[in-house]
Design a binder for this molecule. Structure first.
Ligand SMILES: [Zn+2]
Length: 148
């Protein structure tokens, strides 16, 4: 969590908390998602240039989503471990170069950190067991494969 806080502080303007729907002249979650080629129905997303978009309507879950996306940002930026293939070029490549195992590991790490945050907020993690978490990832990312 310290790492996430430091990262968020070190780069100004990377976190955008926006309204869900189109509002004349203002950036919204859905317009931003379309602009970046993301899924307008997603809870949150990380852009190719490293910005995090969160929905204002997420309420307390916004912290969980923030922790999830920041974990991706830090992992990709550091090019560590499973992300070696991406290295410093992650901004322009991102998920495109992750194979099915890397994608699973990437999401596993992000959901795990989010789960820890959720547990801290009100003692109710989103996933009670590792299996629940695995199943969730595999249901959302059809191109992921459980490497464990
Ligand atoms: Zn993710």
């Amino acid at each position: 969590m310290r790492k996430i806080a430091d990262e968020a502080e070190s780069v100004e303007g990377i976190v955008n908390i926006v309204d869900d729907l189109t509002d004349a002249g203002l950036d919204t979650f859905e317009s931003a998602a379309r602009r970046y080629g993301g899924d307008p129905k997603a809870r949150a997303f990380l852009t190719n240039d490293g910005s995090v978009y969160l929905r204002r309507s997420s309420g307390k879950d916004i912290l969980v989503d923030f922790a999830h996306e920041m974990t991706h940002r830090i992992d990709h930026k550091e090019g560590a471990g499973i992300f070696k293939k991406i290295g410093s070029d992650w901004y322009s490549k991102s998920l495109d170069v992750l194979d099915e195992k890397q994608l699973f590991r990437s999401e596993f790490r992000a959901y795990r950190v989010g789960n820890i945050v959720a547990n801290h907020i009100d003692g109710s993690p989103r996933f009670a067991t590792r299996k629940e978490l695995f199943d969730h990832i595999l249901s959302i990312y059809t191109n992921a494969r459980n490497p464990y």
